[in-house]
Design a protein. Structure first.
Length: 561
């Protein structure tokens, strides 16, 4: 086959001199000529595929049609072999079609066909990212269909399986070691299901594995108790923890890849009566930061929040229990106000989202980098906006107050049940009420409710439904029907798919400031805020029930405190 550089010359894309330079670049970079041309910017992938298609007479697909993807066919090759050769076999109308990304792979198509033992085949050029995406999907579907428990059949002793320290792409699971395969498959299922946490809980007779999906724990697997120590040891090795220490709690991290997804796992172990309990928190590195408009605010509340977040200085607090989406809301606010004219700094534990143009600091207790120390350094970096992951103590609270007094806009979180309680919590920490009243701009309390699955939610007669809050009458639609969860394969039989937030937005008005200075309790502050038009968490949730977003039972579950 003619050198690809000569094809570029024949197609008048490059001159003879440029072609020689490209060939030398390929040698220096230790890459193919095609890849060197892409890396040096001489040509785009779209142009490259067009040139190859014209020259070799093979068609080009920008996207592979769904009907051509056959996981069973693709999985006849190993995932490593397919990725190395940038090739994927597809189902065509007249036989197998090999999707390839580069001309150098074209001469190997007959070799691929020989492996599959097929007489009829053809080729098509596809973009590299599309090729990898199809491969990852196929192997992900294949692993999801595998019975995890079946991996342990016949296994008596895992030997040294647990001591393999490497963790490659979870989809590239070619290990025959039962323990390695088992742990990889559990992690794969958790990532693909969108679980936020994985719990491994040893009991007298078994080891239970549960996934937290949309804020609720579900049983996923149960293994014989004799496998507990080996499975826990495997996870501790991956998290670089001391496997010999079984008497003390330990914390570690695992970085894993699932196709194109990169996930960080925070691992926590705790000794219990029947062995070590393990909880893994999953944080996806490439998670998209949402817009404010995607968080579930109504039109009026959205405008109110935008007015608050565009303040020139002051403190804005978001409150709620762990896992209520506080960080997600704060990052949506930062994204909304982020611009080249502003210097935005954050200090977090851990950094859950990557936001371009924002300086992010990770708390590190081992080196002494606490929230307070990091915050002292941040204020010397000439920031306009500061995000503090959480106000945990008096020192952090005082520095935040001083930062707001000196013209900075400060965002942070607290763990309180409602908006009014945030004020009394800060006062209890030792913050002077007159200082707090002068800098606090607003407090937003929130909870996450599960959204009814659109594929299986069912209407029912809602005439007997109770009212969550009398301030928002429970009105029925014209048919007198509401919606309830059912459960289907799309939502893992839960009846819910995804979550949205319910909010309680409390701007600090002059009336609220007066109560803060008088050191009023949270109940009095709450009543005054409602008088001034604040919707409570229950009222906001009931509005979402009326809109068919969630169920009455779900709102009552998260707002009963």
């Amino acid at each position: 086959m003619k050198n690809i550089a000569h094809i570029f010359v024949d197609q008048q894309i490059l001159s003879e001199e440029e072609a020689r330079w490209l060939q030398q670049q390929a040698v220096d970079l230790e890459k193919s000529i095609e890849q060197a041309a892409l890396d040096t910017g001489l040509i785009s992938e779209k142009q490259l595929l067009g040139i190859l298609s014209d020259y070799f007479g093979e068609p080009t697909f920008v996207a592979v049609p769904e009907r051509m993807i056959d996981a069973a066919l693709i999985c006849r090759f190993t995932i490593g072999y397919l990725k190395e050769n940038r090739m994927v076999p597809l189902n065509g109308e007249h036989g197998v079609v090999f999707g390839i990304c580069r001309a150098e792979t074209l001469c190997r198509v007959s070799e691929f066909a020989l492996f599959l033992e097929i007489p009829n085949y053809s080729s098509v050029f596809i973009p590299e990212q599309e090729c990898l995406s199809v491969i990852n999907r196929a192997f992900g579907d294949s692993q999801e269909a595998t019975d995890v428990s079946g991996v342990l059949e016949g296994a008596q002793d895992f030997g040294t399986d647990a001591f393999e320290e490497t963790l490659n792409d979870l989809l590239d699971d070619t290990s025959n070691a039962p323990l390695v395969k088992l742990v990889n498959m559990i992690l794969t299922q958790a990532v693909r299901a969108g679980a936020s946490d994985v719990h491994l809980e040893p009991f007298q007779e078994n080891l239970r594995v549960r996934f937290r999906l949309d804020g609720v724990l579900y049983n996923k697997h149960s293994f014989d108790k004799r496998f507990t120590a080996a499975i826990v040891s495997r996870i501790k090795i991956l998290a670089k923890l001391n496997i010999a220490e079984k008497r003390l709690p330990q914390d570690g991290r695992i970085a894993l890849t699932l196709g194109e997804r990169e996930v960080d796992l925070r691992v926590s172990t705790l000794p219990t009566a029947y062995g070590e309990r393990v909880v893994m928190r999953l944080l996806e590195k490439n998670s998209r930061v949402l817009n404010l408009s995607e968080l579930g605010f109504g039109d009026v509340d959205l405008e109110r929040v935008r007015d608050i977040t565009h303040s020139s200085h002051g403190i804005v607090l978001v409150t709620g229990p762990t896992g209520s989406g506080k960080t997600t809301s704060l990052y949506a606010a930062l994204r909304d106000i982020n611009s080249s004219e502003k210097n935005i700094m954050t200090i977090e534990d851990p950094i859950e989202y990557q936001l371009e143009g924002v300086g992010q600091i990770q708390v590190n207790q081992k080196t002494g980098l606490t929230f307070a120390k990091g915050l002292r350094s941040i204020v010397r970096q000439d920031p306009d906006v500061i995000l503090i992951g959480e106000i945990r103590d008096k020192e952090t609270a005082e520095i935040a107050i001083q930062s707001a007094l000196t013209g900075h806009l400060v965002f942070s979180t607290l763990h309180t049940n409602d908006a009014a309680s945030a004020i009394t919590r800060l006062v209890d920490m030792g913050v002077e009420p007159f200082l707090l009243s002068s800098v606090l701009r607003a407090v937003v309390a929130q909870r996450l409710v599960r959204v009814l699955c659109p594929h299986c939610k069912k209407q029912y007669d809602s005439s007997d439904d109770c009212v969550i809050d009398e301030a928002v009458p429970f009105q029925k639609d014209e048919k007198g029907e509401g919606w309830r969860p059912v459960g289907c394969s799309n939502c893992m039989e839960t009846g819910y798919k995804g979550r949205c937030a319910v909010y309680e937005i409390m701007p600090v008005t002059d009336a609220i400031k007066s109560l803060i200075v008088r050191n009023a309790d949270s109940n009095e502050i709450h009543r005054k805020a409602v008088e001034k038009g604040m919707h409570t968490l229950k009222q906001n949730g009931q509005i979402k029930v009326l809109d068919g977003v969630t169920s009455l039972a779900e709102v009552m579950r998260v707002s009963s405190f």
